[in-house]
Write a protein of this length. Sequence first.
Length: 251
Amino acid sequence: MTLRCGSREVEAVLFDLDDVLVPFHTTTMWQWAWHPQGPLLGERRVHAAIRRSLKAWDRRRWQGLTGKQPPADLAALRQHLADTLAAVAGHPLPTEESEAVVRRMLRPAGQVEHYADVSALLPRLRANAIRVGVVTPLPAESARWLLHRGGFPETLLLSSGDPPGPSVPDRAAFRSAAEKLGAPVERTAFVGDLFWSDVRAAARADLAVLLLDRYDTWPKVQGGRLTTLDAFETTLAAGDASGAAEETGDP
């Protein structure tokens, strides 16, 4: 099988990690990290908080990429997780408690969740000699741990948020990851779950891009958007999301 994205031939695929290959912002994860003994978190409340938080994190990363704020480093990532926790809780938590929850989120040890669509897609790609790698703004230790827990080889990790090298959404990080896979950037596709700082950022690096919108956070995006990786090949063939306009102007 030859993969195509519109008129492009695709030789390699880069995946974001959290909420793309491995469940991360889920009720189960936040329950374990914050209240493992209860009370139970409401699914609807958590999902609404996650959607708002992801929108804000996407905006923060994009503004860091475009120079409107400093680049979103690991300290910014930790603040994003603390802000998400406050949204889930409905109020800010004491600093010590918040930091403990963030540490647990970055090295989870609770119930292991899996995406069935990932377990089905990756063997299909390997069977057709499509090279696969992972890029993430998470710390390398957290990324390797999540891959291990998900049953994936840690060698998939090509770029993390650890300094001193560039990390996504920096253009150089996407291009370096494609180079590590031995594929030209114009023949590499990227799958991310954030519209601006994943999809649009990767498109700026000349990759073909797909938006995996598991939480229905970006319903206005049409082309190149999928809600499950079961539709990966057909959505990719139809064209990418680089020209999609989720909203007018920058976030």
